[in-house]
Design a protein around this ligand. Sequence first.
Ligand code: COD
Ligand code: ZN
Length: 324
Amino acid sequence: MPVKDPGSQELVVKVLASGICHSDLHAMNGVIPYASIPITPGHEGAGIVEAVGANIQDLKVGDHVILRFVMSCGACAPCVQGTDNLCRKLKFLGFEVDGTFAEYVSVPSRHAIHLPDSIPFEQGAIIGCAVVTPIHAMNIARVRPGSSVAIFGLGGVGIHAVQTGKIFGAAEIFAVDISDSKLSLAKLFGANYAINGSKEDTVAEIKRLTDGVGVDFAFEFIGLPTTQLQAISSVKRGGTVTLVGIPNQSLNIDLKYLLTNEIQLRTSFDHTRAEVDDVIRLVESGRLDLSKSISHRFPLSKVNEGIDVLRKNIGDPIRVVVTP
Ligand code: COD
Ligand code: ZN
């Protein structure tokens, strides 16, 4: 692909790390309707500013940046109100605009966020999706200190929900997956209980461990009807369920059960600009440790092998990162 000269408000960024997310598989499989093809995928990237347009003042050549995939306009009502993930002119890097599985990316400068030099590029890359997505979900759910939290799905995104839960002050975290190695990792990341959904009755186990009551908050990071229903059944009366995984099928919910138990059902989509800044501060201050988050690395020329690792679950990937 040719590298364009930056427009007056644009930057050219040399991509130094780019994570592979399940959403990339969703785009390839047609689950995400807004993915336009042909496209250079990759929505979780970080790199170094290579060239700046004439009107750029806040970033300079050599600065480290995270490329933000939520390309909001910054001017519409949702943007001004701090909910720029709901921007009326939203475009997605790597789904509608050529993304980060590339040597260079050119973007309007407002979609590049300064990354402190102390944070490695590969950690900067995964901040942009895998780490900030659960932060948004927990802000949506309004997790309170001392709560009990169940996390369904410990992939690249869900595993970071375990650490996020700790930061939000959860007293007890129940991690659910079908992979024993993901469950072991979740325990290392601070989960109190690890439940293998392929071997145990997840809901019965969560109820047993909470004296029959259920958890305060449940989050679903997979997108499957089975686990969405398990999440709904695992919260206490008055509990909150937040769905994050994009489903490919519709969900048959018993509204009477929700209503008579006052269960709050919420959905969480992507993240806001301010939440990326929050995550950067958490990592910079050492509150959030991403040193164990990258399990596989591939050169850009082998990006398809990296995608296969996630698709076929080879070697229990946490985050697979592509480097130049
Ligand atoms: N029960 C329990 N765990 C399961 C089950 C099951 N039946 N099936 C699969 N799992 C586990 C897998 O073992 C794996 O650990 C995990 O679920 C899925 O992980 P990954 O690594 O394949 O997926 P992620 O973490 O990269 O992506 C998950 C999302 C739900 C975020 C993604 O698929 C999605 O829907 N994204 C769109 C929504 C969104 O907010 N996106 C933000 C930008 S992508
Ligand atoms: Zn993603």
